[in-house]
Design a protein around this ligand. Sequence first.
Ligand SMILES: Cc1cc2nc3c(=O)[nH]c(=O)nc-3n(C[C@H](O)[C@H](O)[C@H](O)COP(=O)(O)OP(=O)(O)OC[C@H]3O[C@@H](n4cnc5c(N)ncnc54)[C@H](O)[C@@H]3O)c2cc1C
Length: 530
Amino acid sequence: MPTNPTIAVVGSGPIGSAYARVLLETLPDARVIMFEAGPQLTPRAGASVRNIADPDEKARAREMSQGPQSGAFRASLGIPAGAVVEGMFTARQGTFLLDFGGDGSAHAPTFPAAAAATNVGGQGAHWTCATPAPAFSEKVPFIPDVEWDDLLAAARRLLHVQDAAFADSPIGGAIRTLLDDEFGGELPEGYGVGTLPVAGDPQPDGTMVWAGADVVLGPLIEPGTAESARFELRDLTLVRRIEHEQGAVRGVTVEDLRTHETAFVPVDLVVVAADAFRSPQLLWASGIRPAALGRYLTEHHVVISTVALDGDRMGGLVSDEQLAAELARRAQNAADPVAAVNRIPFSEPDHPFSLQVMYAENPPFPPDPAHPAAGNKWGYVNMGYGVRKHPRVEDGVRFDDDEPDYLGFPNMTIEYALTDAEEAEIADATAHLRRAGAALGAFIAEPRLLPNGSSLHYMGTMRMGETDDGTSVADPYSRVWGTDRLVVGGNALIPTANTMNPTLTSVALAVRGARRAAADLTARVAAASV
Ligand SMILES: Cc1cc2nc3c(=O)[nH]c(=O)nc-3n(C[C@H](O)[C@H](O)[C@H](O)COP(=O)(O)OP(=O)(O)OC[C@H]3O[C@@H](n4cnc5c(N)ncnc54)[C@H](O)[C@@H]3O)c2cc1C
């Protein structure tokens, strides 16, 4: 074991980036090579494409992330780019369906909206940046609360989380007042209507520079820092296989997608953060197959609607001057449609779902001009309830060694079904959404359940557990059971039934995993030197 360990990180999304950052900041002699299958989209590695002002450049960056689906082929799948909404659970620009229907496509008939992004920064270059924290039974039960609070604080710093984004928006404030009038009395203390924390840096003009993996990487991509000298990001480089012998990882085989040359890279630790479907696929392809690999798939189901804000009610809370000032401020950054973000978080026992309410001047799906709510001067909210999926071994992804996917990996088949308990909670959430809509104005899109997979928040397929009892893939520090020097990261680790945006949680789990991996490497270096 050398005194200057080399670490391979597979995937350049927020989670791989969190591992790289914490490991390099903790281990002054370590080196990290980050392998990313997709291209770099922005001059600053991993930046959010939402910050690109030029619409053509933004569209190009999104298309570059869409792997096997792009251009006309994508449109043929019935996902018209014009109907994609930034700021909703269902935004899809920059992603591609796993079951894209072409040659080498995955099979996901019961989870048809499963999607991924292939680019530097991963889905974190396209995400909405909502960063709530888990509550009640959403939390990982075997991480002590005191440590969890510390991990969350570290994750917030890494992601530049703002708890009160757009809190000064009078329209956002009025929306909170109307929702509080409707629901406030039945929600527990501390879990009422509030602003939704988001990741980004507020600007003096009231706009936001949204966070991507770039802010997580921080000093690793700043020229001249000590960390940047020990960090290397290789884009368009696919990790084909994790090489291991006698239960310990010894390196990775990578393919340069520009030249199609493959090479073995020896390393002392591998961190796989290649999303909740492709990470277990890579482990499977490498012959690392814990019984729970790919199983216990969850997401949060999404019931959404769009509401035109009611003029009388809004006018009673916001003056015309305030509205005009807000619209003038917004006009300075027309490229970013999100103007205020509110929520009602998960709480038990009576509100076992999360409501996300995004205010925008224009509705995502333009109504018929004859619709009475078309051109509503008070604007619209796109809002959705996230509803939990209880983990079951039956739900998951299988890999077929005999059928290659479009990249030559064992192809995926996703199996997934809603149970009666979940259908009942979806019905309850839909009723809540009707109440929320009625409190705010008039529906221009009725509440509807989106197809499975629409959340883009896929969890459980490499879940962590307290013991190696066959129901988990990794230990509480994200180390894969039974294979030394292999750590996994991402939403796939989350073992609970979760209703909200999981990235903050996964970054917190990554901080925990990286701290322990650093301690493990330090101990191995010390042991090797005696
Ligand atoms: C439109 C949109 C909105 C979203 N909104 C939110 C939100 O508001 N809040 C929230 O919490 N989450 C949101 N998400 C989800 C969030 O982006 C993800 O939770 C987060 O990016 C996961 O980070 P990750 O690093 O685990 O994986 P990813 O960001 O998916 O990155 C994984 C990377 O691994 C690479 N990779 C895969 N296989 C290989 C291989 N074999 N070799 C090399 N590289 C490989 C992929 O190309 C990809 O770039 C949203 C996602 C999208 C697309």
